[in-house]
Design a protein around this ligand. Structure first.
Ligand code: NI
Length: 154
């Protein structure tokens, strides 16, 4: 026995037009090592500004990245984007380049760019934008459980 509500859902009648725009988010994890250092500054200034993060022998972080995609709800699937597919694309375009890497030494983009969380989130945006189903709306990058940065491509 199919009630009226279920029948409506099956026949797709009564759906809003246009469909609502919703933001969906996938969280992924990666770890990486880095050293914060600006060669334009002397060693003392680097130590004062970057503290422990200026350690010459690098240090690691467990990063958490939240990827938010915006789009209209698909009337057939009820999804904005398949989050399994989003995860797969983030792995392909971002984690393959950054996970278990030394950002300063292994990632060409950081050869002349200080790998702060701010710079890292912008680089991740460059890697991801245009490769996801829906519109990349926001990235939130957690460097520690207490510190995060947000970027919306501006
Ligand atoms: Ni650090």
């Amino acid at each position: 026995m199919v009630n009226d509500f279920a029948l409506d859902a099956l026949t797709l009648s009564g759906l809003p037009n246009p469909m609502p725009t919703v933001t969906v988010t996938r969280r992924v994890h990666f770890n990486a090592a880095h050293r914060l250092h600006n060669p334009a500054l002397n060693d003392e200034e680097n130590r004062r500004i970057f503290g422990l993060c200026n350690n010459p022998n690098y240090h690691g972080h467990n990063y958490e990245l939240e990827v938010s995609v915006e789009g209209e709800v698909d009337p057939i699937t009820g999804y904005v984007a398949d989050l399994g597919k989003v995860k797969q694309l983030v792995e392909e375009h971002v984690l393959a380049q950054l996970d278990h890497k030394n950002l300063n030494l292994d990632v060409p983009r950081f050869r002349d760019l200080n790998p702060t969380t701010e710079n890292l989130v912008v680089v991740i945006w460059e890697l991801l934008d245009g490769h996801l189903p829906g519109r990349l709306k926001k990235l939130v990058l957690w460097e520690t459980p207490r510190n995060c940065v947000e970027y919306t491509g501006g």
